[in-house]
Design a protein around this ligand. Structure first.
Ligand code: AHR
Length: 496
């Protein structure tokens, strides 16, 4: 049986918020230090301390929004330690991540510079767990107040006269865990209190994000929506794809069996159920869908690479990770009416990273290429699709072998993304485009695939997994016939 997909080219369902393609960078391992910040005196070419190779690579995938400084680090971070002359900044211990010295050289000014260079929106996570209301309130004043005030004056003394534009602000992180081990009722009250002092100065408008649930803690979402829903713009959700057990062994990034491949795909697909169920609760309190579901941590989480610091969460990245990313993107697209932002964990050298560095060397991961291929959907309108898809079986488990989503951009181009998870055989797909559409001027496609399940890029062989033009696409009337190799991602662009 063939896989059949019908795409209604003039039935749009929601706008795919570009922030669905957001990222997350924490003071963890080698993400910020070495991965992004090398300092102005580094032999690694940099722009005011930020390494140029990473900057250029991130610009290419059009990072729309970047979350910082954590993560668990956010609830131990005191922003005042990270401004002013760098050499005078306080040194602290990063107790959560490896017990290393944090010299605070990358602080508010450096992060805002990074966002300016990337032309992306900053998303700052404030400290509720160990910080004060005053501290959070003053941080927002420091960043956004234009005029005469203690914090604005201090910002000016530190070299920045104009305020920054800041939209996204999180009121704590994982407040059920590393962010304070709170009960939802207690956090809901703290949220109400802290957010009161997160002010809108001048014409800056803050989009306030409440710390949300861990995985399937639906009660957390219920309590937050009921007790604080009216005071928030977004509510977060964290879910990681972990093939094994978080505490007993998560599984290896490179050395895994076909069974683990399927378990990984199944767990990635679980994101769909989580979004649906959390959304159902949100719908009861917010039927207009004003409040966004903000999935500000997601991605694969494996055991660290042998020989690396267990507190640094450094893992390699294979074609399996690229497919996990693709599955997530299609799921996020289909929930675009509620999901307003997501942030993969994390940008460089940590968990499901886009980029790995080793001193001055840098490589792009298969996940980077998935982001690159799917970026065409940013801000486009989701199209209605119906599909009948072949299943991929592994023992008792049956998963859909294919995942698909389609969108239309402002120019009327149609963009289709397909993820084929079966590692054993190719798949034929027919895509029928129905509805009024202009004559097609061109059809082009990009393919990402690999010969083995654990194919990955290394510093010696950086292009083992890299996108190539798709050859196996044939047009017959209004139908496209595509042959997808085993374990592959495809993005098609149909220009009018
Ligand atoms: O991304 C790594 C960690 O995972 C984050 O710091 C924390 O929020 C989550 O538990």
């Amino acid at each position: 049986m063939n896989n059949k997909v019908i795409i209604q080219t003039d039935v749009t369902k929601a706008v795919i918020n570009k922030n669905i393609y957001g990222h997350f960078a924490e003071h963890l391992g080698r993400c910020i230090y070495e991965g992004i910040w090398v300092g102005e005196d580094s032999p690694i070419p940099n722009t005011q301390g930020i390494r140029n190779d990473v900057l250029e690579a991130l610009k290419r995938i059009k990072v729309p929004v970047l979350r910082w400084p954590g993560g668990c680090f956010a609830d131990e971070y005191h922003w005042k330690d990270g401004v002013g002359p760098r050499e005078a900044r306080k040194r602290m211990v990063n107790t959560h991540w490896g017990g290393v010295i944090e010299n605070n050289h990358f602080g508010t000014h450096e992060f805002m510079l990074l966002c300016e260079l990337l032309e992306c929106e900053p998303y700052i996570c404030g400290n509720v767990g160990s910080g004060t209301v005053q501290e959070m309130s003053e941080w927002v004043e420091y960043m956004t107040f234009d005029g005469e005030s203690p914090m604005a004056n201090w910002r000016k003394e530190n070299g920045r006269s104009a305020p920054w534009k800041l939209t996204y602000f999180g009121i704590g992180n994982e407040n059920w865990g590393c962010g304070g081990h709170m009960r939802p009722e207690y956090y809901a009250d703290l949220y109400r209190r802290y957010q009161t002092y997160v002010r809108n100065y001048g014409d800056n408008r803050i989009y306030k994000i409440a710390g949300g649930a861990n995985v399937d803690d639906y009660r957390w979402t219920e309590v937050l929506m009921q007790q604080a829903g009216g005071l928030m713009d977004g509510l977060s959700l964290h879910y990681y794809t972990i093939p094994g057990d978080f505490w007993l062994g998560k599984g290896s990034a490179l050395d895994f069996s076909e069974d683990e491949w399927f378990v990984t795909m199944k767990k990635a697909l679980h994101m769909d159920e989580l979004i649906a169920k959390h959304s159902t609760i949100m719908d009861r309190y917010d039927p207009e869908k004003r409040i966004g579901l903000i999935i500000d941590e997601w991605g694969t989480w494996y055991d660290v690479e042998p020989g690396t610091n267990p507190g640094f969460l450094y893992q390699q990245n294979t074609i399996r990770d690229a497919l996990v990313a693709g599955l997530h993107f299609n799921i996020f697209h289909h929930h675009a009416d509620r999901v307003q932002m997501t942030n993969i964990a994390q940008t460089v050298n940590v968990l499901q990273a886009m980029i790995l560095t080793e001193g001055e060397r840098m490589i792009l991961t298969p996940t980077y290429h998935a982001f690159d291929m799917f970026k065409v959907h940013q801000g486009a309108e989701l199209l209605s699709t119906e599909s009948s898809l072949v299943a991929s079986a592994n023992g008792d488990d049956t998963l859909p072998a294919l995942s698909v989503s389609a969108s239309k951009n402002a120019q009327g181009d149609i963009q289709i993304s397909l993820v084929h998870i079966d590692p054993r055989q190719a798949a034929e797909v027919s895509l029928e485009l129905r509805g009024n559409h202009a004559e097609w001027a061109s059809v082009s496609g990009t393919l990402l695939t690999a010969a083995t399940m654990n194919a990955h890029n290394t510093f010696e062989q950086p292009d083992v997994v890299t996108p190539v033009p798709l050859r196996d696409v044939h047009v017959a009337g209004d139908t496209l016939h595509v042959k997808m190799p085993a374990m592959s991602l495809v993005t098609l662009i149909i220009k009018s």
